[in-house]
Design a binder for this molecule. Structure first.
Ligand code: HEC
Ligand code: HEC
Ligand code: HEC
Ligand code: HEC
Ligand code: HEC
Ligand code: HEC
Length: 502
């Protein structure tokens, strides 16, 4: 693929402020709802800020982006994002946030994601009849989802369709570990809000959560799931749609059918289409021109769905099967710790800290626990402890990008500029595609009087994000320091023009 996304800004006073072209390497999404684009820098994937939405036939910001301040081209596609959207992707052993590009087998999802590895299946069929080491009653190792018990069957679809409020990995697992035949909870701990009285809003990638609150699911002892209605290999054509799904509903509702009189039903729905009334399209809260099918299967259509009085969060589990207490504590610790950090919520940090600290006693070398625990400690004012923790991780894994960035940002806030500078330099060697980190480093150089170095870093920051006023401020300061007053004045003006009016 050889296409670019092209961003430019022209200012009435300054003329052309920037003209940025970013090469697109991969497209995500079949394009029914939307399509977004990825570009690659040093084997890391970054998501484009705009996406194509065919239902409204227009370009708009990608999901999760808000106008004004958003990460532009700097948002990384995570391993989970690629696990759901590509067939297979392998993480680089040395650099945890890079991927082995050759390992990407294509953007489409292959048979193996639902049927399991084909190698054993081929070996099974290729064996010669007189091969002695295969018992006569050996069964074909390929997985047929429909023959699995309900938990294993649903888990195949859930691996990609169950994003949950958040899903935390179980201890020692990676997002790439799921194989057909496993249950979802062998790999992930999903956090959900599952109170029926507080229906969750219809949002992208929450079909599972919607199904979980439906009466069909709750009252049919595991017989109901994605495959009750969907054929995994094809979708019915629009013309067949009503009849196709009606037959699926009647598989269970032939006796306990609709209580709305048939005369009324056929008045508003000519073909007595069950889904037309019980699974109508719902507009997505966050994308005004895109709709999704309401999978809550409500008795009466609920036109306004976004009023979610959110119920309490819980770990989803199949039936009565609970995780061991120690793993529940760990999952809660990670969930709350990450929430605490992203919302800078000290109370949540206080709840997470003892859970993480206790989990760490059993596995003292666990990077993720140590990383998040450090984040909580930083929020709770235990500065040196947090930094020591992150340094311990870096001793084991000097390329742990996120940890380097944490150490840098936190040290800047603490005015420990030596630590911040060194961590930023190391971080930017691994990931130069981060304008904020480049600009932070530039500011430290400028503060230290290293003006040439400051100019170099600020220029790199602008290459990544030419719309940010901050590097222009640093440039102004650096040129001032070098006695180049005209240059300095120019950058003061650019910074002013780029700062959004309040
Ligand atoms: C490897 C990840 C993955 C698995 C496994 C998976 N899906 Fe999907 N599914 C997706 C993605 C991603 C999309 C969005 C379309 C796209 O990007 O191609 C999607 C789209 C769909 C759609 C909408 C198709 C359309 O064109 O409108 C249905 C229905 C669906 N999946 C059902 C299922 C069912 C049922 C299962 C289990 C048998 C399943 N999926 C398993 C990732 C997956
Ligand atoms: C938990 C698995 C999962 C993760 C993680 C995930 N997605 Fe998706 N995504 C899906 C599924 C499934 C769909 C299909 C639509 C739906 O369910 O709402 C989808 C839909 C989309 C669509 C619209 C696709 C279409 O065919 O219309 C885009 C674009 C997209 N995702 C991009 C991303 C990007 C970029 C990331 C990472 C930053 C990401 N997604 C993370 C599972 C996931
Ligand atoms: C999204 C998940 C998914 C993907 C991808 C998928 N399948 Fe399936 N496949 C299923 C499910 C679910 C069934 C069982 C359907 C049923 O019987 O109702 C099935 C059934 C089958 C069967 C019938 C098995 C039997 O014993 O009757 C064959 C053959 C098959 N799939 C082949 C393939 C091939 C080949 C590919 C890749 C080109 C593929 N499938 C991709 C989910 C999937
Ligand atoms: C009771 C029937 C039923 C069940 C069960 C069901 N779906 Fe659907 N699903 C539908 C219908 C109907 C559509 C709309 C199809 C169309 O418009 O062509 C749909 C559409 C979708 C789409 C396309 C986007 C949208 O919302 O229109 C996805 C993705 C999807 N389903 C995923 C799932 C997953 C994952 C499960 C299991 C957790 C599931 N569905 C269970 C009936 C069902
Ligand atoms: C696997 C069986 C199964 C399938 C398939 C199924 N349902 Fe249900 N559904 C149930 C059960 C069980 C209940 C609980 C009430 C009962 O026992 O009748 C229920 C309840 C309902 C209710 C009442 C909800 C409420 O809040 O009172 C509606 C409406 C409904 N189903 C519609 C549908 C539609 C429409 C379809 C097809 C798109 C469908 N169902 C497919 C099993 C199923
Ligand atoms: C024209 C819209 C419409 C159509 C078409 C329709 N329903 Fe309903 N259905 C309703 C309404 C409205 C109710 C609630 C009636 C009430 O409680 O007053 C209902 C109630 C139900 C219930 C709950 C019954 C109970 O005793 O609690 C089920 C189950 C159900 N419908 C299934 C179906 C199935 C299956 C189909 C397709 C064969 C279908 N509906 C077609 C509007 C419709």
């Amino acid at each position: 693929m050889n296409r670019c996304l092209w961003y430019s800004l022209t200012d009435p006073v300054l003329g052309q402020v920037y003209d940025q072209r970013v090469k697109i390497e991969f497209v995500i999404g079949s394009g029914k709802v939307g399509r977004t684009y990825l570009h690659v820098q040093k084997d890391c994937f970054f998501v484009s800020p705009i996406a194509w939405y065919p239902q409204g036939a227009k370009w708009d910001l990608s999901l999760g982006y808000r106008p004004g301040r958003h990460p532009r081209f700097e948002r990384k596609a995570t391993q989970l994002c690629l696990t759901c959207h590509t067939d297979r992707v392998v993480v680089d052993e040395e650099y945890p946030e890079r991927f082995n590009l050759k390992s990407i087998q294509g953007a489409a999802i292959s048979c193996e994601r639902c049927h399991g590895p084909g190698r054993d299946h081929i070996a099974f069929h290729d064996r010669s009849p007189n091969q002695v080491n295969i018992a006569a009653d050996t069964i074909d190792p390929i997985v047929n989802p429909i023959k699995l018990d309900s938990e294993r069957r649903e888990s195949i679809c859930w691996q990609c369709h169950f994003s949950a409020d958040d899903r935390v990995l179980r201890y020692g697992r990676t997002h790439a570990d799921f194989r057909p035949g496993m249950t979802f909870d062998e790999i992930w701990v999903p956090f959900v809000r599952n109170d029926v009285d507080a229906p969750i809003p219809v949002e992208p990638v929450n079909h599972v959560e919607q199904i979980l609150v439906s009466q069909c699911y709750r009252r049919s002892d595991g017989r109901f799931g994605c495959l009750s209605c969907h054929d995994a290999h094809s979708l019915p054509s629009p013309k067949e749609k009503d009849r196709f799904y009606r037959a699926k509903c009647l598989a269970c509702h032939i006796d306990r059918g609709c209580s709305e009189p048939i005369e009324l039903r056929t008045q508003s729905s000519e073909s007595d289409s069950c889904v037309e009334c019980h699974m109508p399209p719902q507009r997505l809260d966050r994308l005004s021109h895109t709709s999704q099918t309401d999978h809550r299967i409500l008795r009466k259509p609920m036109p306004k769905q976004g009023t979610a009085r959110k119920s309490e969060l819980a770990i989803f589990h199949f039936g009565d099967r609970q995780l061991p207490q120690i793993e529940q504590d760990l999952a809660w610790g990670l969930y709350l710790g990450k929430e605490a950090e992203s919302k800078r919520n000290v109370n949540q940090a206080r709840l997470a800290e003892p859970k993480l600290a206790s989990a760490l006693k059993s596995v003292p070398d666990d990077d993720e626990i140590q990383e998040v625990l450090g984040g909580c400690e930083a929020l709770l004012g235990q500065t040196n402890r947090a930094k020591d923790r992150w340094r311990q991780i870096l001793e084991r894994h000097p390329n742990a990008e996120r940890v380097l960035l944490r150490l840098a940002v936190f040290s800047t806030e603490q005015n420990d500029l030596t630590t911040a500078r060194n961590a930023l330099i190391q971080y930017l060697q691994i990931n130069p595609w981060n304008s904020d980190a480049q600009a932070r480093l530039a500011a430290i150089f400028a503060y230290e009087g290293q003006f040439e170095a400051a100019i170099q870093s600020a220029t790199l920051a602008l290459e990544v994000n030419p719309s940010d006023p901050f590097p222009h401020n640093v440039l102004a300061q650096a040129y001032q320091g070098l006695g180049k007053r005209e240059e300095a004045k120019k950058h003061v003006m650019w910074a002013q023009r780029l700062t959004p009016a309040k």
